[in-house]
Design a protein around this ligand. Structure first.
Ligand SMILES: NC(=O)C1=CN([C@@H]2O[C@H](COP(=O)(O)OP(=O)(O)OC[C@H]3O[C@@H](n4cnc5c(N)ncnc54)[C@H](O)[C@@H]3O)[C@@H](O)[C@H]2O)C=CC1
Ligand SMILES: O=C(O)C1=N[C@H](C(=O)O)C[C@H](O)C1
Length: 270
């Protein structure tokens, strides 16, 4: 049995993750963390998630569960994730991070924790479908070549704070690498005004927000006379939660290291 605590337990993903852990016979819910001042502190995490009582109260102190926890799943905020990771690593707790908005510096800091023995999965999207989309884009972009202009369009719910989505950024990085471009330098975020004709050496990135959209990502390859569109649409957050549970199980037997969902799902050599 793997003992799992959830960071951001009262959030949209947190509630889904609490439910997933409670329903999984290989996992046991060992903790539920929220920010100090959260009105749900002291409430049963299972009840907050719409399930039966889990016997785990939402707390703002990792000391309440860290000694009895094998792994933490963290879908919270960049600040919270980066503050907690060193403390969890020092305690030998495995970490599955779904939080987006992490900087390159944050990712380097996570890597340095793994050099000291930590086991971490960090992925902007834990669904199987999006990770297959990542693998497909890495194959398709070089095959289609420079005649095909690449644009990435994502749409999410109106509560999402970061833009573009972590998934769109990862898509952009994969596509830029496949084209010999630099993601930071060659990405064009939206277009407004007299921007001139599109150049070959750019990747367009567009973030739409509205309603309750769980998460849509489309990569468009557009050429003279035709276009190819690869689309993933998440219709439930359950798909991300399922991936996070797989990540926790993967870490239980993994060596120290910083992994992504391509490692967890065996898509590295796809
Ligand atoms: N990797 C993936 O597959 C996915 C990643 N995400 C990402 O996960 C994150 C959370 O998304 P949602 O659940 O939609 O947001 P949300 O806002 O509903 O939930 C975040 C939760 O974290 C809590 N939190 C904030 N600071 C905290 C702290 N210091 N300690 C403990 N808890 C804290 C908040 O109170 C909130 O309950 C975002 O970065 C989002 O982009 C979301 C869905 C899938
Ligand atoms: O905030 C969300 O909701 C989501 N965030 C992730 C991202 O930023 O890519 C993944 C998913 O699309 C949902």
């Amino acid at each position: 049995m793997i003992r799992v605590a959830i960071v951001g337990a009262a959030g949209r993903m947190g509630r889904m993750l609490v439910t997933g852990v409670m329903l999984d016979p290989e996992l046991a819910l060992s903790g539920a963390l929220e920010y100090s001042g959260c009105p749900l502190l002291g409430q049963d995490a299972g009840v907050v998630a719409g399930q039966s009582a889990a016997g785990v109260r939402i707390t703002d102190k990792i000391e309440d569960f860290i000694a009895n926890t094998d792994a933490v799943i963290d879908f919270s905020s960049q600040a919270s994730t980066m503050e907690l990771a060193p403390r969890l690593a020092a305690a030998g707790v495995n970490i599955a991070i779904g939080t987006t908005g992490l900087t390159d510096g944050d990712k380097a800091a996570l890597r340095s924790l793994t050099a000291a023995g930590a086991k971490i999965v960090q992925a902007p999207n834990m669904s199987i479908g999006v990770n297959l989309l990542f693998a497909l884009c890495a194959k398709v972009a070089p095959l289609l070549g420079e005649d095909y202009d690449i644009e990435v369009v994502e749409m999410h719910h109106n509560k999402k704070k970061d833009a573009p989505s972590g998934t769109a950024e990862r898509l952009g990085e994969i596509l830029a690498k496949a084209r010999g471009l630099d993601y930071g330098h060659d990405t064009r975020h939206g277009r407004v005004g007299m921007v001139g004709a599109r150049s070959k050496g750019e990747i367009g990135m567009h973030a739409l927000r509205g309603g309750d959209v769980v998460g849509d990502h489309t990569v468009i390859f557009a050429a003279e006379g035709e276009r190819v569109e690869l689309t993933h649409k998440a219709s439930s957050r359950e798909t991300f939660a399922k991936g996070a549970l797989r990540a926790v199980k993967f870490l239980a037997t993994a060596k120290a290291g910083l992994y992504d969902m391509q490692d967890v799902l065996g898509l590295k050599d796809f």
